[in-house]
Design a protein around this ligand. Structure first.
Ligand code: CLR
Length: 593
């Protein structure tokens, strides 16, 4: 979690998802921060506690608290303790010392806690059980009311029971073809005394005090099966027909169904967790067989960096790290394929637009079609190790191996945002202002088109004062840019053509979250269309490099994107999930008077 007091912002890294929240007032901000901190502390303790339970269970070979319920309720006391601590939001149990679990090393402990932290909703079971307890109290109340209604008797005494049994001529012999006996699994006939004892216990102790209900649940389950249906049902023949009685019966029915549903969901959740635990266990044992000596490696802590790009340093390659660690092995060869595919698609597209009458595209520009140098294979670069060695440091000061770089700098990369400048040409030749806006909007997101293929290398950070110029005769524009600030890095650029002018000065802010890296651009992008005198302006969305250290690296672009055009003001809310879909929702469209 990171907070920004000035802007009342809270950023939360929840593993797969990053949440960005902004409180409307300072008070609200402080309340949120206090609650989130309390929650985080609680979660930490809870993880330590459950973790503790798991290891105790593993080392002692007993069942886990909570699961114990299903395994015959032997461990009810520990379950209740766990439950009560989660309720009161107090985590009194400290993480176990390594000596408590001699068989488990700290690395594994850390992994298990991390695993537990990722559990979908660890306290949903506790909530569900709480709800269940309330429902059972309600059920108890309803049953008692029904009893009162039916005869004003709260519980059966020995004498009363005997009287009822003799009066009603109840049979304590098991009926031969009874189906109910199958349900409870009884194979012998009960004696009169046994039946009376059980019914008495059931009626007096378990249906009496609602406050004890939680504690009595296990014994209720123990006893209820002991009373065969055929005896119990005969004790209270369905004589009651009053509307209130019927209503209570209906309520009992619906509350029981809810209890059943709650218990079922708890059961499902626990079964799911069990499965997950099993899977993780299998995975880690297979991994442990292939990778050795990983104990000392920890996940890097979340570091906040106001800086952006790392200067490259040659020869810092560390070939000793495993492929899985560097996260760059996969796609080394396959990566070229999509690049090629993309290049040929681009060529085809260019060929198709060159046929359009509007565009005059010189066929042979003499420009190179590929970069002079190939990207080196950076599969062996141990990013993890580099980050470990620099935990807590400002990442902008950390030297990164040049093998991580593509052979272009950031200003060149920014020039690629003009790859689909035909959209602006078309906009400048479109009469309908709304259509123009659409073309400009399409151009604004076209800059992200390569994001899917380009997530393995980073551009070089330009030096202060470095310039880059690009003449695109084929597209009819010229582009110039300069690095105007080194710390923080700010690149300014300007492009001109007959159909448009384009300029931007972007400052990049980075946030490293441990698993992902967020790039937050600040500054506006501007486009003017000379034919109509339109001026469009928009901000850039956040680019997030997910799984920055692993093989499943992918880029995601998200955020609110406001797009203003002269004559029209349109706000778009845009979320772009690279490789999946681009989702743009126009929020407002106002034509000023
Ligand atoms: C080498 C590994 C570890 C990291 C790779 C980082 C790559 C994917 C990062 C580093 C710099 C990033 C670029 C920085 C700035 C911009 C401009 C923005 O308007 C669109 C995204 C874009 C173009 C980013 C795309 C992703 C990017 C290229």
């Amino acid at each position: 979690m990171s907070i920004n007091k000035k802007s009342n912002r809270i950023d939360l890294d929840a593993g797969d998802v990053l949440y960005h929240m902004k409180a409307n007032s300072h008070d609200l901000f402080y309340i949120w921060v206090a609650k989130l901190s309390a929650h985080r502390m609680f979660k930490k303790n809870e993880a330590a506690q459950v973790h503790n339970g798991f290891f105790q269970a593993l080392s002692q070979g007993t069942s886990v608290p909570g699961l114990a319920q299903r395994n015959g309720m032997q461990d009810v006391s520990s379950y209740q303790h766990y439950h009560s601590t989660t309720d009161s939001y107090v985590g009194e149990i400290a993480a176990p010392t390594p000596s408590e679990f001699p068989s488990v090393n700290p690395g594994v402990n850390g992994k298990v806690s991390a695993w537990l932290q990722q559990t979908h909703d660890p306290d949903s079971c506790a909530q569900e059980l709480n709800r269940c307890q309330l429902e059972l109290s309600e059920l108890n109340r309803l049953v008692r009311r029904l009893q009162l209604l039916e005869g004003g008797q709260q519980a059966f005494t020995d004498g009363e029971l005997q009287r009822i049994i003799s009066m009603q001529n109840l049979s304590l012999e098991k009926p031969k073809k009874s189906r109910s006996c199958k349900i409870w699994g009884h194979s012998r006939t009960m004696s009169r005394v046994e039946a009376l004892g059980m019914v008495r216990q059931l009626s007096s102790s378990h249906l009496n005090s609602s406050s004890q209900l939680g504690a009595s649940v296990p014994s209720l389950q123990d006893y209820v099966p002991a009373v065969p249906d055929y005896v119990y049902s005969q004790l209270s023949p369905p004589t009651n027909t009053s509307p209130e009685g019927r209503k209570i019966q209906q309520d009992i029915c619906s509350v029981s169904q809810r209890v059943h549903a709650s218990l079922k969901s708890v059961h499902d959740a626990l079964a799911q967790e069990r499965q997950r635990l099993q899977d993780t266990y299998h995975q880690s044992t297979t991994l442990a067989e292939t990778v050795s000596g990983n104990e000392s490696r920890r996940t890097p802590s979340v570091t906040d960096s106001a800086a952006e790009y790392f200067d490259a340093s040659d020869g810092v390659l560390n070939g000793s790290f495993s492929e899985s660690e560097s996260g760059l092995s996969e796609g080394t060869t396959s990566n070229s394929e999509p690049e090629e595919g993309h290049a040929s698609a681009t060529r085809e597209y260019r060929a198709s637009i060159s046929k359009t009458p509007n565009c005059v595209v010189p066929k042979n520009t003499g420009r190179r079609t590929t970069l002079a140098a190939h990207c080196p294979d950076n599969a062996q670069v141990g990013l993890m190790q580099i980050l470990y060695n620099n935990i807590g440091k400002d990442l902008s000061r950390v030297s990164m191996p040049a093998a991580l770089n593509e052979p272009i700098n950031l200003m060149q990369r920014l020039c690629e945002e003009l790859e689909y400048s035909e959209l602006l040409d078309t906009a400048n030749n479109t009469q309908d202002p709304y259509q123009r806006m659409v073309y400009v909007g399409a151009f604004a997101i076209s800059g992200y088109a390569t994001a899917h293929y380009r997530n393995r290398y980073k551009p070089f950070n330009p030096l202060l004062g470095e310039t880059y110029e690009c003449l695109r005769e084929d597209k009819g524009f010229r582009y110039i840019s300069e690095q105007v600030c080194h710390h923080p890095p700010i690149s300014a650029c300007h492009a001109d053509s007959d159909n448009f002018s384009f300029w931007q000065d972007q400052r990049w802010k980075n946030k490293f979250w441990g698993k992902s890296l967020e790039i937050m651009p600040t500054g506006m992008v501007n486009v003017t269309l000379p034919r109509f005198g339109d001026h469009y302006e928009w901000n850039k969305v956040v680019t997030c490099i997910h799984n920055v250290l692993s093989q499943q690296r992918y880029l995601e672009h998200y955020g609110e994107w406001c797009h203003h055009g002269s004559g029209l003001i349109r706000k778009w809310k845009t979320t772009i999930f690279t490789n999946i879909y681009i989702f743009t929702v126009p929020c407002e469209s106002i034509r000023p008077p």
